[in-house]
Design a protein around this ligand. Structure first.
Ligand code: ACO
Length: 374
């Protein structure tokens, strides 16, 4: 290789951001300067969504207005409900989310207006509607009646309600809310970078979020929370965990939910999510996955010095809450829409077309032969 290639853009700083940072001095992911775990302790997800989108925490009047707007936009068009009804039942819900946001782009009157004000309004509409679209598909594929959103419920409560027809106890809703806060934003990860790259050609927010959802689906990114659950199911019982993980390491397998491009000695979101995973396991009186979790984690740290990322505790937590495994990454989507939107607006505000170079290693120049001569 003649040129200095940074595969995967490893270690490359491509732009500036004000949205979030892993601050080494406090060893924590921060949103607009606030540690994510402090936000989990003090705020509901709606407050954090406001913070990410509007650069500061809301006061009570601002929060009320923001929540009202979010609730007012939860409902889908008849057309979108019909499209979701006609989607193949076996579709992955990430593909449903991707298609639903794309359709929202067809229906939105402001699609081609990328002014800061229009982008903020569109971000809010995508944020409010995507959970409804996902929950509608959740019900339809089970042959159940769609449950329309309810305005007297919070963002998290409403998602449970639309999926299951009821809101679980407060502690479960809080654990879900915490997971949404922890998933909301993480700087230039692959899906956010995808959204920024799409935006850099001055394309629109619906397109950028559609692309970001496709990017998040992959098992090396958001899809890992589903893979964690598949792994735990394979392990089945705590008694099998040690043998399973030792085998996996012997076979040089990638163990899902471990490792991170940025955190090399532990993801700062994990202790908070681990705590809430424990609370949910206690409420559900099912500690099987918690025991498996601890054994696999211990071996990964001891033998590989590789720590869990946030997908490791969220996977089994969502399972215990009753969600189907293929809905874990879509839950990540409904939260990360906030981070993506903030980055899309940031990209628009100081845009430069993203266009890296590649080191060419294909054929030397060749002459084109006529079809009858090839
Ligand atoms: N299991 C086993 N080995 C691992 C793991 C893992 N989960 N993660 C890293 N390693 C090993 C690699 O095999 C590699 O070893 P080597 O140097 O002997 O070849 C070394 O650690 C460095 O790993 P890379 O993959 O080169 O590190 P990178 O920064 O490129 O990858 C990634 C980070 C993709 C997240 C990786 O750790 C991984 O594949 N993890 C599993 C998938 C996952 O959990 N993704 C979720 C990320 S968090 C999120 O998106 C919310």
């Amino acid at each position: 290789m003649s040129e200095d290639i940074k595969k995967g853009l490893l270690g490359i700083v491509v732009d500036e951001t004000e949205v979030s940072k892993v601050m080494p001095e406090i060893n924590s992911l921060t949103y607009r300067g606030y540690a994510a775990q402090d936000l989990c302790a003090a705020c509901r997800f709606e407050e954090v969504a406001y913070l990410i989108l509007n650069k500061d925490l809301p006061n009570s009047i601002q929060l009320k207005k923001f929540e009202k707007e979010e609730k007012d936009h939860r409902e889908l068009s008849k057309n979108l409900y019909e499209i979701i009804k006609h989607m193949p039942k076996k579709s992955h819900p990430m593909d449903v989310a991707r298609t639903a946001v794309s359709v929202m782009g067809l229906e939105d009157k402001e699609t081609s207006n990328s002014s800061p004000e229009a982008n903020m309004r569109k971000a809010l509409r995508i944020f409010a509607k995507t959970p409804t679209a996902l929950a509608a598909f959740y019900r339809i594929r089970k042959g159940k009646k769609i449950i329309k959103p309810k305005k007297d419920l919070t963002f998290a409560e409403n998602f449970f309600y639309m999926c299951f027809g009821k809101v679980p106890q407060r502690e479960i809703v809080k654990a879900f809310d915490v997971s949404l806060i922890l998933y909301a934003e993480h700087s230039f990860n692959v899906s956010t970078f995808t959204a920024r790259t799409i935006t850099s050609s001055l394309s629109d927010i619906h397109g950028a979020i559609t692309g970001a959802i496709a990017s998040l689906k992959g098992p090396l990114h958001g899809g890992a929370n589903e893979e964690v659950m598949h792994m735990m199911r394979k392990i089945k019982k705590p008694e099998n965990a040690l043998k399973w993980i030792n085998n996996a390491l012997k076979n040089k397998e990638v163990v899902m939910g471990f490792g991170h491009r940025v955190y090399k000695s532990g993801d700062s979101r994990v202790p908070t999510m681990r705590e809430y995973f424990g609370k949910v396991a206690k409420i559900k009186k099912d500690r099987t996955f918690e025991k498996i979790y601890d054994i696999v984690e211990k071996v990964m740290i001891k033998k590989k010095n590789i720590y869990p990322n946030v997908d490791y505790p969220t996977g089994p937590t969502y399972h215990l809450m009753g969600f189907d495994t293929d809905f874990f990454t879509p839950i990540f989507v409904i939260s990360r829409i906030t981070g993506w939107s903030a980055h899309i607006m940031e990209q628009h505000a100081a845009n430069k077309l993203i266009r890296p170079l590649a080191s060419y290693k294909g054929n030397k120049h060749r002459k084109v032969m006529q079809l009858n001569q090839r």
